[in-house]
Ligand binder design. Structure first.
Ligand SMILES: *Cc1c(COP(=O)(O)O)cnc(C)c1O
Length: 445
């Protein structure tokens, strides 16, 4: 993936020892047994997806076989049974976010929810104005949808974020256009960021939007079921969520669409049988919907205790890194933050070597593989991080099934790898010797 000359060999588990050879860096293994309760590979990437909770699977299973009816079949018991299960799920989802059941529209996931919300509002309210506001660290499902709308003639403002990852309300206020053909019709700002875990000032954004009669959509995928979300108190008009980020099934999501104060209308993007109040046609994925509802119910019941547990684990991990290593820092505002997220930069180590050194641990790096090259994360770049620091960043996504023993294993192993890599890093040596790297003129080659 890159043209680095170092070679790293790692196998399954245990500690590393590094040595230089003619062919570069070779990391070898010692055969230390795994701690009690730790198995490899180890999953700590819960912002990418989550393991389905067994209680969710149990709720879903009957709807694959015996209870297989089409929820749109109005004239027999099979249909009624499926419809009842779907309505129950709507209630469960609505309860978690302070909505009513009628305001929940089922989709295939949050990518579709974001597309439906943004394109559907743009199309429906085009007469009112031409301007949409979003921000630079949104998920691609929002950014690319907005880019598409630009091609169709809409004007989109992509607000920058501050160094801590939060948007400035002042910037938002200044971006709003209140009259003329370029009037702002929609603000789409995510609730919580999937890379750096920061929680945007959603209630303030909602209030500002409502003062100006602008529709407020939020991609709340990472927040729903993790932190309190209340569409009434926060003046949210449209909200995207998805099952597989909260221990539910993949391929099933929802869009909340406000029905009063104001009543939001959305132009369907998939035409057909007129399901979901005409907003999203297609036979409902009944087992998936049942699972999504159950996942929301569990998340609501367990949120307080679970978020306290995750905050403790996350801070414990952060403290371990900071105690053992210099030149590490967290990315994103830690006060307005998801419980299970920790994004840290391990400066002066090469990102790829770092990841290869922990290749039996599933985490995400500050790099994204785009067409064979390794690009630094656009989210970290928006915070002002340089390419090298972005590449040496790691996102830990702690979730329901992670344990203290796992956190210890991951942090110990990472510390070990960083220390070994830095021993071999000329940059780190220079920094330790007090050489200002910014003043060095590197020879061209
Ligand atoms: C995962 C994710 C999505 C996409 O959800 P899918 O259901 O996988 O399409 C959208 N937004 C955010 C913030 C996400 O983390």
């Amino acid at each position: 993936m890159s043209n680095q000359s170092n070679e790293i060999e790692v196998s399954n588990n245990g500690d590393f020892s590094g040595e230089m050879s003619n062919s570069g860096l070779i990391i070898t293994q010692s055969s230390k047994p795994l701690p009690e309760g730790v198995t490899l590979p180890l999953y700590m990437d819960n912002h990418a997806t989550t393991q389905m909770d067994p209680r969710v699977l149990e709720a879903m299973l009957p709807f694959f076989t015996g209870k297989f009816g089409n929820a749109a079949s109005r004239n027999h018991a099979f249909g009624w049974e499926a419809e009842e299960a779907v309505e129950n799920s709507r209630q469960q989802i609505a309860k978690l976010i302070g909505a009513t059941a009628k305001e929940i529209i089922f989709t295939s996931g949050a990518t579709e929810s974001n597309n439906l919300a943004i394109k559907g509002i743009a199309e429906m309210y085009r007469e009112r104005g031409n301007h949409i506001i979003t921000q630079q660290t949104e998920h691609k499902a929002v950014l690319d949808t907005c880019k598409r709308l630009e091609k169709y003639g809409f004007n989109v403002t992509y607000l920058p974020v501050q160094a801590d990852g939060l948007i400035s309300i002042e910037d938002l206020r200044n971006a709003i256009v209140t009259e003329g053909p370029n009037k702002t019709i929609l603000v789409s700002i995510m609730f919580a960021n999937n890379e750096i875990g920061v929680i945007q000032p959603v209630a303030e954004i909602g209030k500002l939007c409502h003062e100006h009669g602008i529709i407020f959509h939020t991609d709340a995928v990472q927040a729903v079921g993790k932190v309190p979300v209340d569409v009434q108190a926060m003046n949210i008009d449209v909200l995207s969520l998805t099952g597989h980020k909260l221990y539910g099934p993949k391929g099933c999501g929802a869009l909340y669409v406000r029905r009063r104060n104001p009543r939001v209308q959305i132009q369907a993007q998939i035409d057909g049988g007129g399901h979901e109040r005409g907003m999203r046609s297609g036979t409902l994925n009944v087992p998936g919907i049942v699972g999504l509802g159950k996942a929301c119910e569990i998340a609501g019941e367990e949120m307080a205790a679970e978020s306290a547990r995750l905050i403790e684990l996350r801070d414990y991990m952060k403290n371990k890194f900071e105690a053992a290593l210099d030149y590490v820092h967290v990315n994103g505002n830690m006060e307005h933050h998801l419980p299970g997220n920790l994004n840290m930069s391990f400066v002066y180590v090469e990102g790829e070597s770092l990841l290869m050194g922990i290749n039996d641990i599933a985490v995400s790096s500050g790099s994204a593989c785009t067409s064979a090259t390794l690009e630094p994360s656009y989210v970290l770049k928006a915070l002002g991080l340089g390419d090298d620091v972005a590449h040496s960043s790691i996102r830990f996504g702690l979730g329901r099934f992670n344990t203290k023993a796992e956190v210890d294993y991951v942090s110990d192993k990472l510390i070990d790898v960083v220390l070994k890599l830095r021993e071999l890093s000329p940059l780190y040596e220079m920094v330790k010797e007090g050489i200002d790297l910014t003043k060095i003129e590197w020879a061209a080659h």
